[in-house]
Design a protein around this ligand. Structure first.
Ligand code: GLA
Length: 386
């Protein structure tokens, strides 16, 4: 933190007034269900982003990324998404949503620094949005918390950045509790913190490091397919999202819905059921069954939803073959990114040796990290100048 204070001071000649932090996330199960009003089961990870802010005397916005050694600027009166602003579009999006909701802001100097791997599907962008929203609500005394703040950050991603994501990433980054995963109903936004007492079992993330060029367009396309399917199902039985339908409903509509779309919707319906089963398994400490559900989720994402890729499938297979692994799956939107594996601590070296060939086969270097279930966004420094 001292480093961030120093960077802010050197950049702007002023102390930061607020520093907020927010975590990335890994989703244990419940993939591509959130934009279908379904269930998800993510946890926050111990990789975070820090945002330092101070008020300016003018109406300008200045953004400084310590990690990229990059600077961007904008004016409050003219906030638009600009491709070349890359990382700065996330805080710009949050500011734009706050302004559109009528909150009064002034010029702001930002400094940002973090250690969440970028573009790896661990929600570095949601964490950036949430840390920004947290810092600004404190800086301007807006009194915004919890699910409202998460929605606001999601809107920044949807409307400003242009990825029509669900609520999962922003919600967990904002509302996570240390030592716990979260069962979230993305329709009602009811949630429960579920203790993860895993002892010698670890949550191991493997970054495939596959470049994720396709992810945004494929993501939006999957979402559109789900919505199209609902509009057809709705002719027979009223409903507003795939959450409202069963496998039987999908079977009854065979012939009306293109087969590849129908299979994707089967994934969503079954994945929702798996999340609820996974929560029950965890509550009776049945890690074996929880792991099986994770692995089934991967098969379904690979075969029905078609969002995996050869690299992720390869990594997951090596995990499945390793004794001491309970379950392994791709996590996040897919087309690259990470796998998440539930593994006995003592089996980790064996798994790591099994994936040594990966780089020779695919030409990307995999990275592994053990993650701890961590807490959500918070303010870690306050020095408000009146
Ligand atoms: C991305 C989105 C989430 C969710 C996942 C897939 O991470 O941001 O809202 O849809 O993909 O489960």
């Amino acid at each position: 933190m001292n480093d961030l204070i120093r960077c802010h001071r050197e950049e702007y000649g002023e102390e930061p007034e607020i520093i907020a932090t927010a975590p990335g996330r890994v989703n244990l199960i419940g993939e591509h269900t959130d934009y279908n009003d379904g269930f998800v089961f993510p946890m926050a990870i111990d990789f975070t982003i820090f945002v330092a802010v101070s008020r300016r005397k003018d109406q300008h916005l200045r953004f400084y990324s310590v990690d990229f050694q990059d600077r961007k600027r904008a004016a409050l009166s003219n906030l638009r998404f600009k491709k070349e602003d890359r990382w700065a579009n996330y805080p710009k999006g949050v500011i734009s949503v706050l302004l559109s909701r009528g909150y009064n802001l002034g010029g702001i100097s930002f400094t940002v620094k973090g250690n969440i791997p970028q573009g790896a599907g661990l929600s570095s962008s949601a964490a950036f949005e949430i840390a920004t929203a947290y810092a600004l609500q404190k800086l301007f005394d807006l009194n915004l918390f919890g699910p409202y703040l998460a929605r606001l950050a999601q809107e920044a991603e949807d409307n400003f950045v242009g990825v029509r994501c669900g609520i999962m990433d922003q919600f967990i980054s904002c509302m996570a509790k240390e030592g716990h995963a979260m069962l979230l109903d993305t329709r009602s936004l009811e949630y429960r913190h579920i203790p993860l007492n895993l002892n010698h079992v670890k949550i191991l993330i493997t970054n495939s490091n596959v470049p994720r060029g396709l992810v945004d367009s494929e993501y939006n396309q999957r979402r559109a397919e789900c919505e199209k399917c609902v509009s057809i199902l709705n002719l027979k039985k009223p409903g507003t999202a795939l959450r409202d339908y069963t496998k039987e409903d999908l079977r009854d509509s065979m012939g009306l819905i293109p087969e590849s779309t129908r299979r994707k919707c089967v994934h969503v319906v079954e994945e929702n059921a798996r999340v609820l089963e996974a929560e029950l398994a965890l509550s009776r400490r049945d890690i074996v069954y929880f792991g099986k559900l994770m692995s089934r989720s991967h098969e379904s994402l690979r075969d029905l939803y078609e969002v995996s890729c050869p690299e992720l499938d390869w990594l997951v297979k090596r995990a499945w073959e390793t004794e001491g692994v309970y379950g392994s799956r791709m996590t996040g939107a897919g087309f690259g990114g990470c796998t998440v594996t539930l593994i006995e601590e003592k089996a980790i070296p064996v798994y790591k040796s099994r994936i040594e060939l990966y780089e020779r086969i695919f030409s990307f270097k995999p990275e592994t990290f053990i993650c701890k279930p961590s807490g959500g966004a918070k303010i870690i420094y306050e020095n408000l100048i009146n």
